[in-house]
Write a protein that binds this ligand. Structure first.
Ligand code: PMP
Length: 394
């Protein structure tokens, strides 16, 4: 009885693997999730006590679709120092950035449209576009960045409605798109009237190199209000994924349609959760927390790299990201990372085989290792276990 689309879309391998990571003794390099031990429970408790000690009846009432004004104001102020310079009215609060992508897919996509994505790209975006009537094509993406010739040719050929990009410390590659490439992408989108979805949940977690302006802000400075870049980010990696809070800035011309899509989808995002996040931003505590997360993730990245060097040596290659949570790795051509995962499960260590991040023709020897949950000891142990599992496949 299922629709064809529904029957054709598989459950996310990442979410399936989350089950393993909850088993005691299993070392998980699978989840793209923030470290549970770094969630600021003291900060959250203080804010909750404060909120509940004041008049809070309205926090349990319906709210407006765009999002609570307090939170939008705080986000506008806080983001000005980061990637996004917009006023509160331009921000739409969403149920995580996942919903922001969904809203834009609903607003823009129809039969015959094309969506371009990086190859490889974020698995749940592929899932989500699979529910639309559009087709998904991949853009070659390597250490040099996106293949801009391919991008231009695809746009010139017509039909490209959305280009979905994760420009900072991408999931799964950890890659960052350079400033020069961002300028070209913004110009191409403007010329061919394609929408850029700039998905930036990891941008606040840069621990080396210099920040690169967002495509949104580049387009804003080049073209003023009439550009086509939609920017989104999230509290999930810097505060709490369980609150399900993200924010979306779209150019004015798309604002009303996006709000209406959200009305139809869920009316609005949790009022109480929005209030918690607004107070957290206002308290300034978020800045210390982000600094701490960056320092910790940098250490964890380095622990994992040391462990791979020591125990896997030439059997594996990887990128070295400037932020975020992921090492994108390759094994020898003839080794299938899904088979390695089966062996690794026996060794109580899990990761995500890279093949799930490709729309087609997957690189079977690729894998994504997340270091967000590791410390020095379990990073070493992870390397030892993966090496033991790999030795059985060689
Ligand atoms: N985009 C990317 C690239 C992600 O990695 C994730 C989370 N894994 C999301 C969006 C969704 O995040 P959120 O929790 O904000 O919905």
């Amino acid at each position: 009885m299922l629709s064809k689309k529904s029957a054709g879309i598989k459950s996310s391998a990442v979410r399936e693997l989350l089950k393993f990571s909850k088993i005691p003794g299993v070392i998980s390099l699978a989840g793209g999730i923030p470290a549970t031990d770094l969630i600021d429970v003291e900060g959250i408790d203080t804010i909750l006590r404060d909120i509940l000690s004041r008049e809070h009846r309205n926090l349990f009432q319906y709210s407006v679709t765009e999002g609570e004004e307090h939170l939008r104001e705080q986000l506008s102020r806080w983001n000005k120092g980061h990637n996004l310079d917009v006023d509160a009215e331009s921000i739409i609060i969403t149920n995580g950035s996942q919903q922001a992508i969904d809203l834009l897919a609903r607003v823009f996509l129809e039969k015959g449209d094309k969506v371009l994505v990086e190859r490889p790209t974020y698995l749940a975006a592929l899932q989500l576009f699979g529910y639309s009537d559009a087709t998904v094509d991949e853009l070659q993406y390597d250490a040099e960045g996106i293949d801009l010739n391919q991008l231009e040719q695809a746009m010139a050929a017509g039909g490209v409605k959305i280009v979905y990009l994760t420009p900072n410390f991408a999931n799964p590659t950890g890659g960052t798109i350079s400033y020069e490439q961002r300028v070209t992408i913004a110009k191409l989108a403007q010329r061919y009237r394609a929408v850029i979805i700039e998905d930036d949940p990891y941008g606040h977690l840069r621990f080396s190199g210099s920040p690169v302006p967002s495509i949104y802000s580049i387009a804003q400075s080049l073209f003023g209000k009439d550009h086509t870049v939609c920017y989104m980010s999230s509290f999930s990696k810097i505060f709490s994924p369980g609150l399900r809070l993200g924010w979306l800035a779209v150019p004015e011309q798309f604002h009303m349609a996006t709000v209406v899509a959200k009305q139809a989808l869920d009316l609005h995002t949790s009022t109480l959760n929005q209030s918690i996040a607004a107070h957290y931003l206002e308290s300034g505590r978020i800045n210390e927390r982000v600094e701490m997360l960056k320092a910790t993730y940098k250490d964890r990245r380095d622990y994992l790299i040391e462990s791979l060097h020591e125990y896997l040596g030439d059997d594996i290659t990887w990128n070295t990201p400037d932020g975020g949570m992921f090492l994108w790795c390759h094994l020898a051509e003839n080794i299938d990372a899904s088979q390695l995962l089966q062996e690794c499960i026996k060794e109580n260590v899990v990761f995500v085989p890279g093949e799930v991040f490709f729309a087609r023709n997957p690189q079977k020897n690729s894998l994504r290792l997340s270091y967000s949950m590791l410390n020095n000891d379990n990073a070493r142990e992870a390397g030892i276990r993966i090496a033991r599992a790999l030795s059985r496949l060689k």
